[in-house]
Design a protein around this ligand. Structure first.
Ligand code: B12
Ligand code: SF4
Length: 614
C-alpha cells in the first residue's frame, strides 16, 4: 500500500486534506497528516511588509490584520519536519496550497526534496485549481479541483506500479512540456465519502519548536470548534470568489450537492463522542438555502447534537422563515456578505446578483429576528470611484443596528474573473492604503453610530479627516469595541437565560418525577405494610400463604411486575433509568403477592380476616 503524507500549511482545520486522509485510509493506504504550523492572526505594523494574496482584515484603528499569517519555520521546526519525513519515508508528499502561501509551499517543497529525494511531491488545493501550469512547475505533480477520486487513483497507481500519469485531474511537466489529464466528474453522492479525518493516530502538529502526534496545538480552535460542510458548491458566480473560476472551467464541481441530514448527524455524533462539547461552525457557502432542509436538519440536530453554532447566509436567502428556524434553534450568530454598498460595483464588477434593496430587506429581516449578525464588506478596491465609496457609507448607515462589520481587502487570485477584469482595465493591484483609511473609518462609524444626514455630509466634506483620519479611527475603535462587547454581553445573557430556562424545565421535570416517586413510595409502603400484616396474620392465625392474582405462584418466586429496580434494605426499590419502569412491591420476597390486597384463600382465615375487619 502507498505511504502518503499530506501537509496543510497554517491551517489545522483544512477539511479538504482531512477528507483525503479518510479516503486514502479507507482504501487501505498508509496516510499521515501534518499540520505545519497553526492558523494564527497577526496585526501588521504600519511599515511591515505585506503580500497582496494574504487575506487581510482592515481594523477600526486603521491597521491591517493578516487572518492566517505565515510565521516562518524556525531551524528547530525544520529539523523536526526532516525527522518526521525520515520516520515516515513517504512515497508521496502532498501539500494543500492556498494562494496566500505559495512562497511557503515552495520552501516546504525544497525541504522535502532535500530530505527524501525519492518521494514525489504534489500540490493540490485552491491555488492549484487556479494556476495548474504555474503549480506544476513547482512540484512533481499538481492536482486540480476536487480530488477525492484522483488522489485515491494516484495512490493506487503508486502502489500497483501503474503509470501515475494516467491519474485524472493532474498536471505535470516532463521534458519541459506541460501535460494535463482531463478533470474527472466530481462525487455526486457526498454520502458515499467517509467522514472528515479528526483522529489522533498519524496526525502530527508542528508549532513552537514542538512536533506532537494526535494532540492539536493547545491554543487551537480545533480543541473547541467543529467545522462541517453539509453541502459543496454555490449557485452564484461572484467574480472575486474562487468558485466563480471553478464554474467557468469545471462547471460540474460547483453544482450544489447536498449531504443527507443523517450523514451530517452521524459525523456530528462522532465529534460529540470525541469532544464532549463543541461550537459547530457550518462552513457551507450558503447554509440558509432550502428552508425545508434546514427544518429537517434542526429537527435531528436538536435531538441528537444540541451544540451552539453559527452559519453563513446570503441576502437572497435571509428570509424570515429561514431566520426563524435559526432563531428557534439558538444560532449564536450569522455572517452575511454584503461586499459593497454600490449597486454598480455589485453588478458590473462583482456580479453579485444582489442589489442594495435586497440587502436592506435581508438586513431588516435579520434585525427583526433578533439574531446577532456580522456583515462582510470588501474594501480597498481599485475598481471603486468616490461615488461608490459614498454609496457604501450610506448603505451601512441605513442598515439597522446593532451589527458587526468585518472588512477585508480585495484579493486578486490568479486567473479569477476579477483579476482578468483588472488587467483588462489596467487597474493597479493594490490601492493607496493610507487614502483608504479615511473610508474604512467612515464605514465603521456608519456601522456603529446613528448619524444625521447633516452630520454625515459634514464628515464626508471634512478635508482634515481625509488627510489625517486618526481622530476618526480612535473614535470608531471605541464605538466598534462597545458594539462588539454589547453583542457579546447580549449573547452571554441570552445563553445564560436559555440555560436558566433549560434548568428550570429540568427542575420541573425532576419535581414531578419526585412527586411520582413519593406517591408510589407511599403506595409501596402501604402495600408493604399490608403484606407484613398478612404474614403476621398467617404466622399468628395460621392462614395459608397466598398466591398471585391468577392463583399461580411465580416460577422464580419474583413479582411479575418487577423490572429493573434495585432493592434497598427494607425491600423497597428505587427506580433505575427513568424511574418509571419498576412497579413492584417487594423485590426479594419469594412469597410476595402480585396483588397483596387479595383476600387469602383459606376459608377459615377468610372468616377470621372478615371478623377483624380486613
Ligand atoms: C471552509 C473554508 C475555510 C476554513 C477551513 C479551511 C479548509 N480548507 O477547510 C477556514 C476558516 C479555516 C478557512 C481559512 C482560510 N481560507 Co477558506 N475557505 C473555506 C471554504 C468555504 C470551503 C473549503 C472546503 O472545506 N471545501 C470542501 C473541501 C472538501 O474542498 P477543498 O478544501 O477545496 O479540498 C478539495 C480540493 O481543493 C483538493 N485538495 C485540497 N488540498 C489538496 C491537497 C492535495 C495534495 C491534493 C492532491 C488535493 C487537494 O481536494 C479536496 C477534496 O476534494 C472555501 C470556499 C469553497 N467553497 O471552497 C474557502 C476558501 C478555500 N478559503 C479561502 C481563503 C482565502 C482562506 C484564508 C486565506 C482566509 C482566511 N479567512 O483566513 C484562510 C487560509 C487558511 C490557510 N492557512 O490555508 C479561499 C482560497 C482562495 C485561494 N486562491 O487561495 C477560498 C476558495 C474562498 C474564496 N475566497 O474564494 N477557509
Ligand atoms: S455567494 Fe459566496 S461562495 Fe458563492 S460565489 Fe459568491 S462569494 Fe463565492
Amino acid at each position: 500500500m502507498a505511504r502518503i503524507l499530506l501537509i496543510t500549511l497554517y491551517n489545522e482545520f483544512n477539511l479538504g486534506v482531512r477528507q483525503l486522509i479518510s479516503e486514502l485510509r479507507e482504501e487501505g493506504h498508509e496516510a499521515y497528516l501534518l499540520c505545519l504550523k497553526q492558523y494564527r492572526k497577526k496585526d501588521l505594523a504600519p511599515e511591515e511588509e505585506w503580500y497582496p494574496d494574504w487575506q487581510t482584515e482592515l481594523t477600526p484603528d486603521g491597521g491591517r490584520r493578516v487572518l492566517s499569517y505565515p510565521y516562518p519555520l524556525s531551524p528547530c521546526e525544520i529539523q523536526l519536519f526532516r525527522d518526521l519525513l525520515h520516520k515516515i519515508r513517504p512515497h508521496y508528499v502532498g501539500l494543500s496550497v492556498y494562494s496566500a502561501f505559495v512562497p511557503q509551499a515552495q520552501q516546504v517543497t525544497a525541504i522535502i526534496k532535500e530530505t527524501v529525494p525519492e518521494a514525489m511531491v504534489g500540490w493540490g488545493g485552491p491555488h492549484v485549481t487556479l494556476d495548474p501550469a504555474g503549480s506544476a512547475e513547482m512540484c512533481d505533480v499538481a492536482f486540480v479541483g476536487e480530488c477525492d477520486v484522483p488522489m485515491v487513483e494516484f495512490a493506487k497507481a503508486l502502489d500497483g506500479g501503474r503509470d501515475w500519469r494516467e491519474t485524472p485531474n493532474i498536471a505535470w511537466i516532463e521534458q519541459g512540456k506541460l501535460h494535463r489529464q482531463p478533470i474527472s466528474p466530481v462525487v455526486r453522492d457526498l454520502d458515499s465519502l467517509p467522514f472528515t479525518f479528526f483522529g489522533q493516530e498519524g496526525a502530527y502538529y508542528l508549532e513552537d519548536d514542538e512536533l506532537v502526534e494526535g494532540r492539536p496545538f493547545p491554543s487551537s480552535e480545533l480543541n473547541t470548534s467543529f467545522k462541517i460542510m453539509t453541502t459543496r458548491g454555490c449557485p452564484y458566480v461572484c467574480t472575486f470568489c474562487m468558485l466563480s473560476f471553478q464554474k467557468e472551467v469545471m462547471p460540474d464541481t460547483t453544482r450544489l450537492r447536498f449531504r443527507s441530514i443523517d450523514h451530517c448527524m452521524r459525523e456530528l455524533e462522532e465529534a460529540k463522542a470525541r469532544m464532549g462539547h463543541f461550537f459547530m461552525e457550518i462552513e457551507d457557502d450558503i447554509f440558509t438555502i432550502k428552508p425545508e432542509r434546514m427544518r429537517e436538519f434542526f429537527e435531528q440536530y436538536s435531538k441528537r447534537i444540541r451544540m451552539p453554532f453559527w452559519c453563513y447566509t446570503h441576502p437572497n436567502y435571509a428570509r424570515p422563515e429561514m431566520l426563524q428556524i435559526l432563531k428557534e434553534n439558538h444560532v449564536e450568530f450569522i455572517i452575511m456578505g454584503i461586499q459593497t454598498g454600490s449597486d454598480r460595483i455589485a453588478t458590473e464588477v462583482f456580479d453579485r446578483r444582489v442589489t442594495n434593496a435586497t440587502v436592506l430587506k435581508a438586513a431588516q429581516a435579520i434585525h427583526e429576528s433578533g439574531i446577532r449578525v456580522f456583515y462582510d464588506i470588501i474594501s480597498n478596491n481599485p475598481f471603486e470611484t468616490e461615488e461608490d465609496r459614498v454609496e457604501t457609507f450610506q448603505l451601512l448607515r441605513q442598515i439597522p443596528k446593532p451589527y458587526g462589520l468585518q472588512m477585508g481587502i480585495l484579493n486578486f487570485y490568479p486567473g479569477i474573473a476579477i483579476s482578468r477584469m483588472r488587467e483588462e482595465r489596467g487597474l493597479p493591484r493594490t490601492v493607496d492604503f493610507q487614502q483608504y483609511r479615511f473610508w474604512n473609518a467612515m464605514y465603521y462609524l456608519a456601522s456603529t453610530v446613528d448619524l444625521t444626514d447633516a452630520q454625515a455630509e459634514d464628515l464626508l466634506r471634512n478635508e482634515n479627516l481625509r488627510r489625517d483620519p486618526s481622530l476618526l479611527e480612535s473614535i470608531v475603535s471605541s464605538t466598534v469595541r462597545q458594539t462588539r462587547e454589547n453583542g457579546e454581553l447580549k449573547s452571554i445573557t441570552s445563553n445564560y437565560l436559555r440555560e436558566v430556562h433549560r434548568l428550570a424545565d429540568r427542575v420541573r421535570e425532576l419535581e414531578s418525577e419526585l412527586h411520582y416517586i413519593k406517591a408510589r413510595r407511599g403506595l409501596n409502603e402501604f402495600l408493604w405494610m399490608s403484606d407484613r400484616l398478612r404474614r403476621l396474620k398467617h404466622d399468628v392465625l395460621g392462614l395459608k400463604p397466598h398466591k398471585n392474582g391468577n392463583g399461580h405462584p411465580q416460577p422464580n418466586g419474583k413479582n411479575p411486575n418487577y423490572r429493573n429496580g434495585t432493592a434497598d434494605s427494607k425491600g423497597q426499590t428505587e427506580p433505575r433509568g427513568n424511574g418509571h419502569a419498576s412497579n413492584h412491591t417487594n423485590g426479594h420476597s419469594a412469597q410476595s403477592p402480585s396483588d397483596p390486597l387479595a383476600i387469602p384463600t383459606n376459608p377459615s382465615g377468610e372468616r377470621l380476616a372478615k371478623q377483624i375487619g380486613l
